[in-house]
Design a protein around this ligand. Structure first.
Ligand code: SF4
Length: 155
């Protein structure tokens, strides 16, 4: 089984109420090979919600207590992100996920690049909070950008 970001599956769960449908992901779900999860909804957020970015580091730093996740208005939402990451890890274990495919650039789900914490649309290398926790626990995390090579090797 593969665990995938709900927004990549076409669910309108992004902060602004939109989705990020990837047809390959939807196909995996329709074939019964994947189930979807949204770490931010698991953490306690609803849709729509304020945009948030990691300030002062990346997902690894958030796990280590060295950076925070902040909403644009200044609200510290780190605890909700940590809760969502833990519940996503629980879900990955529950379904025995052999890989997890998460949406790139998100402060939860990014796996190579995230926004840099200045709310100016600029990205930097780093992963989101959920990705960091999953990887620390030995789980392979891909994104829609790196899915093609995984599918070539595993289908
Ligand atoms: S990027 Fe992750 S946290 Fe954000 S809407 Fe998609 S699944 Fe949810």
């Amino acid at each position: 089984m593969i665990l995938v970001s709900s927004c990549l599956a076409g669910l309108e769960v992004r902060y602004n109420g939109t989705h990020s449908l990837d047809l390959r992901i939807r196909e995996l779900i329709e074939e019964g090979q994947a189930v979807s999860v949204c770490p931010e909804l698991l953490g306690g957020f609803s849709t729509p919600r304020e945009p948030a970015e990691i300030v002062g580091g990346n997902g690894e730093d958030v796990l280590d207590g060295k950076a925070r996740v902040m909403e644009q208005s200044g609200q510290d939402v780190t605890e909700l992100y940590l809760r969502g990451a833990q519940l996503t890890l629980d879900k990955a274990r529950q379904v025995k996920a052999k890989a997890v495919v998460l949406k790139e650039y998100s402060p939860s789900c990014g796996s190579a690049m995230i926004y840099n914490g200045q709310f100016a649309g600029q990205k930097e290398a780093g992963n989101g909070v959920t990705t960091a926790l999953l990887r620390r626990n030995g789980i392979t995390v891909l994104s829609e950008e790196t899915l093609a090579s995984y599918l070539q090797q595993n289908r």
